[in-house]
Design a protein around this ligand. Structure first.
Ligand code: HEM
Length: 418
């Protein structure tokens, strides 16, 4: 078990002291937070059987970088890759523990740890360079009929996901790690992201949520409010929890390969929202598109946010209450042979496009044991008939193998490269 401030906070349901003395869980209870401390959390740690930044509650800011490794690094293989991952892990462990790296200047030193997590993922070229077979689950995703992917924003050899409650910190940590990658590679693409901050009112009071918690970063054991995305929807309601989540996320010894046991596969999609069109759409249509109410997130078949939807219920007109093309119907595990993923996406807003439309949407991130059995079949259905497709454009795509966590003093990727 990761012994971190955040988990401890989750288990006690209250605030704990972080390593830098900033202590409040974003949805923590207990003593009233000072304005300066509101929204800040302690350390989520670095070492443990699984990497951080997957099942812990997603902090408000994301900085994601996908690097291309240089040909010479790839040609050198394991030795060069092991050195790189050792250095990156050491720096990440130090910063997540609340200690800034002196050689990076003092820009963000006072902001740590602020819920900082760093997560590493490997693309197929890195795995091949290590001299082992690329696991079938890391095979390139197929193209989907509605894809409008930009290659320079897709793929990559090494992914670094930095999450924190402070944006300056997230950006600075990403830069510090980027400098360590330094001569070994160069950033191919980056994506920033955000979630509602500490001031966001819960749509459903945490007390009304299941004790195991839900939400984009579900799984800390605390009851958290589900965040809203830029379309105004509660996004993350039906994320799995507890044992169901663990089965959906962590690669098991039965499937392997050995170096991935305790790891996960991360699908990233930069999905632009046609917000101008969405804003001109009526509330009943918006609700029909998903199959849930906009205000409460309740299924259109009734109840509250976490009520079970009924896919067989029909209205007075004889039509299904949750439409045949509703996002909820198409994605729900019950309609996909049980296929389950953990979504941990972030909103993004990159200003305006050349045509004046908002360049904003959802940086979709989903962790799962095998995308061929989860993301791919579900996205095939969505591309073919999701009512939401009219309002979105998939602009980038990447798939990374996220190896298990490092043991104390070890480094991420050790079982592959060590
Ligand atoms: C559920 C929005 C893309 C898979 C939902 C819900 C919303 C939503 C509002 C209902 C609340 C919830 O359970 O979270 C969006 C938006 C998208 C998007 C705005 C694009 C901009 C995708 C994609 C996939 C996906 C690409 C996978 C291929 C799911 C799944 C659920 C879900 C698995 C949970 C279904 C359930 O268990 O009830 N999404 N989604 N979504 N979405 Fe999406």
């Amino acid at each position: 078990l990761r012994t971190s401030g955040l988990v401890a906070a989750a288990m006690t349901g209250g605030a704990v002291a972080g390593t830098a003395g900033v202590s409040l869980h974003r949805n923590g209870s207990g003593s009233a937070p000072s304005a300066a401390a509101a929204g800040y959390r302690g350390s989520v740690g670095f070492f443990g059987p699984h990497q951080a930044g997957i099942i812990d509650q997603a902090p408000a800011h994301l900085r994601f970088i996908a690097f291309d490794l240089g040909e010479s690094t790839l040609a050198e293989g394991r030795t060069a890759l092991a050195t790189l991952m050792r250095r990156l892990s050491q720096a990440a462990a130090q910063m997540t523990a609340g200690r800034w790296i002196p050689e990076q200047g003092s820009v963000a030193s006072g902001l740590l740890p602020a819920g900082l997590s760093v997560t590493f993922g490997f693309g197929p070229r890195l795995v091949r360079a290590a001299g082992v077979a690329v696991p079938p689950a890391l095979a390139p995703l197929p193209s989907f009929p509605t894809d409008e992917l930009v290659p320079s924003r897709s793929g990559g050899d090494l992914a670094v996901q930095v999450c924190a409650e402070d944006e300056l910190l997230a950006v600075s940590v990403a830069r510090a790690l980027g400098r360590i990658v330094g001569p070994a590679g160069r950033a191919r693409w980056t994506q920033n992201g955000f979630l509602p901050g500490a001031a966001a009112p819960p749509a459903s009071p945490p007390a009304a949520s299941p004790a195991t918690g839900t939400g984009t970063g579900a799984g800390t054991g605390t009851a958290t409010a589900t965040p809203r995305n830029l379309m105004g929807q509660l996004d993350g309601t039906d994320n799995p929890n507890g044992a169901r989540r663990d089965l959906a996320v962590w690669v098991g010894a039965d499937t392997g390969p050995d170096w991935m046991v305790g790891g996960s596969y991360l699908v990233c999609r930069r999905i632009r929202m046609l917000l101008d069109v969405w804003d001109r759409t009526s509330v009943p249509t918006k609700e029909a598109v998903i199959g849930r109410r906009l205000d409460s997130g309740a299924p259109l078949t009734g109840g509250s946010e976490h009520s079970t939807p009924s896919f067989s219920a029909s209205g007075a007109d004889g039509r299904p209450v949750i439409a045949a093309d509703a996002h909820l119907r198409l994605t729900h595990p019950a309609n996909n042979g049980g296929a389950t993923m953990l979504r941990r996406g972030y909103s993004y807003d990159d200003g305006l496009r050349g045509d004046g439309a908002p360049d904003a949407g959802l940086f979709f991130q989903a962790f799962q044991t095998d995308p061929r059995e989860v993301f791919v079949p579900i996205q095939r259905k969505l591309a073919a008939r999701d009512a939401l497709e009219r309002f979105i454009r998939h602009e980038s795509s990447a798939l990374f193998a996220v190896p298990p966590g490092a043991e104390e003093g070890g480094w991420v990727g050790q079982r592959l490269l060590g």
